[in-house]
Ligand binder design. Structure first.
Ligand code: NDP
Length: 290
């Protein structure tokens, strides 16, 4: 049986249209245009592309976006001053600090400095705490994008065994949190794996839904999955010949999976769509709070 290809690009595009319509209504009702401020430190080409894509998506959906570029020798103090300024700016509703940051800057200190109501990446401990208690203020973008793909593809999650590969604060941990919550597209039994996990293939073969977020090109092979598994591939890796590949060996795994996301065109576009949704949520929260 050929696997269904979960078309993240098309699903994200429909979601973005919905966000654009909701944004237009919000602007008409309040006279306020939601604004995302992106902060890019240094000149990492991949980060610059990510930020540009996020900005373009904002503009297409009727949100304002501004870019604050700082050079790679920027000190932590200087970056914190900018974050403070954006926190205080009433016209800025969401703040995105593009990672990674240069070595001299402590990421946690900077992310903790973003005002929780403007934390559209959902990295602030207050927002992660709310999420873990099942009352999220913002959705963690990539994990929420994965959950949305499961819902749109009518994948049964209730009682399913979801295995998450990776325990990062950005993807793995919040992904597991979302899937274990009570509610729609959740209610799963979740296992989180990481680099110290023993006998990984034994665990991945038990997955009804496998979510790979390791940053290891084509790590998950057909031998590691069972027939009929649903596979979401979060990984974005560039091979030596410049090709973009995921954490899953797509060709072999697709022969066993019932549904699978491609790379590119799977999870990636969803991350951006969720960022737009969070920026609109942030504008709503700040408008109702003022
Ligand atoms: P991190 O490097 O922060 O985390 C990787 C995780 O994978 C860690 O928990 C690590 O374990 C685990 N891991 C690494 N190697 C192995 C292994 N051999 N066996 C088991 N576990 C392993 O990465 P991120 O979570 O930030 O990103 C993961 C991937 O997703 C990357 O390719 C990244 O580019 C991509 N990404 C894609 C996004 C999108 O929009 N599509 C958004 C964000 C990320 P340990 O903790 O023990 O070190």
């Amino acid at each position: 049986m050929a696997a269904e290809i979960i078309d993240g690009k098309a699903i994200a595009s429909r979601l973005r249209e919905r966000i654009a319509a909701e944004t237009a209504t919000f602007v008409t009702e309040t006279g306020i245009t939601p604004q995302l401020a992106a902060v890019l430190v240094g000149d990492d080409p991949a980060s610059a592309v990510y930020v540009r894509n996020k900005q373009r998506a904002c503009e297409k959906a009727g949100l304002r976006s501004t870019l604050h570029r700082l050079d790679d020798r920027t000190s932590q103090g200087e970056l914190l001053l900018l974050v403070d300024r954006l926190n205080a700016d009433r016209e800025v509703h969401g703040i995105l600090v593009q990672l990674p940051l240069p070595k001299q800057i402590d990421e946690t200190t900077v992310l903790d400095a973003v005002a929780p109501l403007k934390d559209v990446d959902c990295f602030h401990p207050e927002n992660v705490g709310l999420l873990s208690q099942g009352r999220p203020r913002f959705q963690p973008c990539t994990p929420a994008g994965c959950q949305y793909l499961l819902a749109e593809s009518a994948v049964q999650t209730e009682g399913a065994h979801v295995v998450v590969l990776g325990r990062s604060e950005i993807v793995g941990k919040p992904m597991a949190l979302l899937m274990v919550q009570k509610g729609k597209a959740a209610n799963a039994t979740v296992t989180i794996c990481h680099s110290r996990t023993r006998d990984l293939p034994e665990i991945t073969r038990q997955a009804d839904i496998l979510i790979a977020a390791l940053g290891r090109p084509q790590f998950v092979t057909a031998e590691m999955v069972k027939e009929g598994v649903t596979v979401l591939d979060v990984g974005i890796n560039r091979t030596d010949d410049g090709k973009l590949v995921g954490d899953v060996d797509f060709t072999s795994v697709a022969t066993k999976a019932s549904a699978i996301t491609p790379v590119p065109g799977g999870v990636g576009p969803m991350t951006i769509a969720m960022l737009l949704a969070n920026t609109l949520t942030a504008a709503r929260l700040q408008t109702s709070a003022s």
